[in-house]
Design a protein around this ligand. Structure first.
Ligand code: COA
Length: 168
């Protein structure tokens, strides 16, 4: 009985990404996943190699503002190996979204690598909602920079932050 209780009260997943910036696709996935886990840690990767538009602090802040309607979510920044951070957070699951077949090879490779490093952490995939299957953070930044409306791809705080950033 105790084991049963522990199993179902320690159901923590980690959802990693660069989130430069967070999109409606990420939010939809988190909304659905929030019913499946006790807690989800949104792990915002420092990821300087991706040369992010927003600083780590700004990406965390935008994610926090955009996810404050979901109770069982925490947003944290991290640098270094995801598996190490996942273990520090006591997460047993790495949660990833699959948008299209093209995501599969990269995701499969990453899941395989992470599993080699930490055998007791499993990667779980959720498929994207069809409405958001073609959104990517890079595309949002590109079209916003060219003056297009991105309100169907990102939440309001991100729209405002993009306008401000692009006006600077
Ligand atoms: N809806 C909309 N867009 C989505 C999405 C969804 N559900 N899921 C992913 N995306 C988009 C992202 O916006 C991102 O777009 P971009 O490339 O235009 O910025 C793109 O898909 C790729 O996202 P993701 O797969 O999350 O990659 P990432 O670069 O943001 O994050 C890490 C990769 C951070 C998870 C990975 O590099 C990592 O774990 N780093 C830590 C170091 C480490 O442990 N490395 C070893 C890994 S094996």
């Amino acid at each position: 009985m105790l084991q049963f209780v522990q199993m179902y009260t320690n159901n923590i997943a980690i959802y990693p990404g660069t989130f430069d910036p967070i999109t409606l696709g990420h939010i939809d996935l988190l909304q659905r996943a929030s019913d499946l886990f006790d807690k989800i840690v949104v792990a915002v990767a420092d990821n300087q190699q991706k040369n992010p538009l927003f600083s780590l602090e700004q990406r965390i802040e935008l994610a926090s503002q955009s996810l404050n309607h979901i109770d069982n979510i925490e947003i944290k920044g991290f640098a270094g190996l995801l598996t190490v951070f996942a273990q520090q957070q006591q997460a047993k699951v790495i949660l990833r979204g699959l948008r299209a077949v093209s995501d599969f090879e990269y995701e499969f490779q990453m899941a395989w690598m992470n599993r080699r490093m930490k055998r007791d952490i499993e990667t779980v995939f959720l498929t994207s909602n069809a409405d958001y299957a073609y959104i990517s953070s890079s595309m949002v930044k590109e079209i916003a920079a060219l003056g297009a409306d991105v309100s169907d791809s990102v939440p309001l705080p991100v729209q405002q932050a993009l306008l401000k950033k692009l006006a600077d």
